[in-house]
Design a protein around this ligand. Sequence first.
Ligand SMILES: Nc1ncnc2c1ncn2[C@@H]1O[C@H](COP(=O)(O)OP(=O)(O)OP(=O)(O)O)[C@@H](O)[C@H]1O
Length: 324
Amino acid sequence: MSALQTTSLTKRFGEFVAVDGIDLDVESGEVYGFLGPNGAGKSTTIDMLLGFLDPSEGSATVLGHDATRESRAVRQRTGLLPDGLELYENLTGREHVASAIETKGANDDPDELIERVGLAPEAARRRTGGYSKGMKQRLGLAIALVGDPDLLVLDEPSSGLDPEGIKRLRRIVEAEADRGATVFFSSHILEQVEKVCDRVGIMSGGELVAVDTIDNLRAELSAESVIEADVDGAPNLASVEAVEGVTAVSERGDTVELTVNRPAAKMPALRALDDTAPVVDVTIDDASLETLFERYTNGDETPATTGDETAEESAPADAGGESA
Ligand SMILES: Nc1ncnc2c1ncn2[C@@H]1O[C@H](COP(=O)(O)OP(=O)(O)OP(=O)(O)O)[C@@H](O)[C@H]1O
């Protein structure tokens, strides 16, 4: 069953097409990574999914509700951590969580949620005006978790988190998925998406340019490995080039560089080379997920490989310990 489905979902701002006819399909219980560099259209899509923006064309169905006409019903069952969370500076963190519980008619214990996201109880009793980015993100996550939502929409949730916060976020996402929630997780940070998501959709320039499981992306990636082999003697490059799956061969001094387009071609290529000149050392560079991402989003801004791991000025003490 789909938790979230869009049909030709489009958003134009004047002449500019921010989201260009995307067809998303996210299964119930799935952890879906919504990837793309800055400006790719992720936040605009999320705003349409939750009824904050009307589509210019197309439609979205979220948890069985029309995202535009029934946005209240969608939002009641969704926990959202928005990009650029806005807080009331004069209210404490705990007051924000308590207010979210009241608004949703939920019966969560605010202190439990605060502990779960790793915000120290003393920090939660302070006004949010002095919060660091990481503390705001933790608080935003606590608010998103209110009422055990059927769908969690997390827009760049790791932004501003330190490594401990990122690990904790991952465990929370996993626990939410185990509970049966669907998690829609937007990010330009590949490393985190790779670790938690069942499938990813890659946005570029407003278009959904790829959708696949991480395993399939990996398989496609390993399709391009570069092998550097140091040889003792003069190799016959033509016989290596003849091996199926070898796409490029070049020689630099005693080093031969081979590019293969599938994992199964690595050993035959090396054997063929070794037959012509003994191979004395080998390094294999399997392309990273980042390389694939760059290929799909070519021309767009290069994504970061790690989070904005900005140290929090007043890093919250680990109130809850490291329980999973
Ligand atoms: N209200 C608006 N008016 C005009 N253009 C807009 C508006 N909102 C977004 N855009 C443009 O639409 C494009 C997509 O923006 P969006 O915020 O959805 O991207 P994103 O993938 O979420 O990027 P980021 O990771 O930077 O948040 C950008 O070029 C942005 O400048």
